[in-house]
Design a binder for this molecule. Structure first.
Ligand code: GLU
Length: 383
């Protein structure tokens, strides 16, 4: 590649990260934890915190998905060196997670940033109701300026329902919160045509638009020492990201200021989606979900929807069918024509009680304060 083209690529790559409004950073155990002593690489973590502060200073929202609970916890619990049994891993995670969260709070606290711990299971990202709750909670945290710190809820996840690796968890989180970019900090600076440790002629790949079988064949089944991911799980993560309109980057994270290195133009591999997160989400709502009920809206609401607004309960004239909170619904005009589809923030039973009403009255009627909108515009696709 010519040096001009290389420079242009680096510039494109770094602006991709700088332009992303919402970014998920995935930190692997191998970068964070000294495995022998079960201690955290403090200076490295401090440099990461400084990068996060710089991102927040630019107005970017940052979510951290960090591994390390098991690697930190096993030493404190005095567990043996070898392979741990599932319950030992869970026990290790239970103690390690406390130390991990504490360390993040400390280093980010130096920059006046607040850490909020969110532990998720596979089910939380699959079941739509729980997924919406997690999405809304993380949204609320980001609105308040906090940095959500996410890990798998290792103590309750059993083998069959585990992510097991945080690459996929991070991708699911990125999809769930409609992130613009996922940064996977790794021990290697991206994807190569072959394992560079074993093949001198292995070439680095700067950009991938689609994870094809050829690309998958390049990944092989590499494994790092401490973490449980490898290139294979990174490609699985890439597929999730691309399908959800989220860009993903694999970057070498071992040196201090690992995220700054990316916006400074380090060599990385970018996976670039065709759609934006918002469009991918709308397509998912419009095409992949089977609505089980209908909200019939009045003319005022119809116009509001067409101009890109959320659907308020006040504009719903009638409800048909049965649905739970988080289920997909048809949104029809009074003549029966479908105008949109969306995810309902209320079950049919609760929605029935609040239609025609203002959001200020919901708490008195329902006994709890739910969302102001019956279908938020982010959860809505015009047909
Ligand atoms: N959740 C695990 C931990 O915190 C790590 C999973 C992974 O290695 O990606 O130790």
């Amino acid at each position: 590649m010519s040096s001009d083209k290389k420079a242009a690529n680096l510039k494109k790559g770094s602006s991709r990260l700088l332009d992303a409004k919402r970014v998920v950073l995935k930190i692997g155990s191998a970068l964070l934890v000294d495995e022998e002593h079960g201690t955290l690489h403090r200076k490295w973590l401090e440099s990461l915190a400084a990068d996060i502060k710089a991102m927040r200073g630019r107005g970017q929202e940052v979510v951290v998905v960090s591994s390390g609970a098991i690697a930190v916890g096993r030493r404190y619990l005095g567990l043996s060196d070898g392979q741990l049994k599932l319950e030992e891993k869970q026990a290790a995670a239970a103690t390690g997670q406390v130390r991990l969260a504490h360390a993040y709070q400390e280093v980010l606290g130096h920059h006046e940033l607040i850490v909020a711990q969110v532990l998720l299971t596979l089910g939380d990202t699959e079941n739509r109701r729980r997924y919406l709750n997690a999405r809304n909670t993380i949204d609320a945290l980001l609105r308040q300026g906090a940095v959500p710190l996410i890990n798998e809820n290792d103590t309750v996840a059993t083998d069959e329902i585990r992510f097991g690796d945080n690459d996929r968890l991070a991708a699911r989180v990125a999809a769930m919160i409609s992130a613009d970019a996922l940064v996977l900090l790794s021990d290697i600076d991206g994807l190569y045509t072959a394992d560079p440790a074993a093949h001198d002629d292995a070439r680095h790949i700067d950009e991938v638009g689609e994870v094809t079988p050829d690309i998958e064949a390049m990944a092989g089944a590499t494994r790092t020492e401490v973490g449980s991911g490898g290139m294979v799980t990174k490609l699985t993560a890439a597929k999730i990201c691309l399908a959800n309109g989220c860009a993903m980057v694999i970057a070498r994270g071992a040196d201090e200021h690992p995220v700054r290195a990316i916006w400074d133009g380090a060599r990385v591999t970018w996976f670039t989606p065709k759609a934006t997160p918002a469009n991918a989400r709308k397509r998912w709502i419009a095409a992949s979900l089977q609505p089980t009920g209908t909200l019939v809206v009045d003319d005022g609401a119809l116009n509001a929807l067409k101009s890109g607004k959320s659907l308020l309960a006040a504009g719903v004239a009638r409800i048909e069918g049965a649905f739970e909170k988080g289920d997909a619904v048809f949104i029809n005009d009074q003549g029966g024509t479908e105008i949109a589809r969306g995810l309902s923030a209320y079950s049919a039973i609760d929605a029935q009680k609040i239609i025609g009403k203002k959001s200020g009255e919901f708490e008195k009627i329902l006994g709890y304060r739910g969302r102001d909108e019956i279908v938020h515009r982010d959860d809505l696709a015009l047909i």
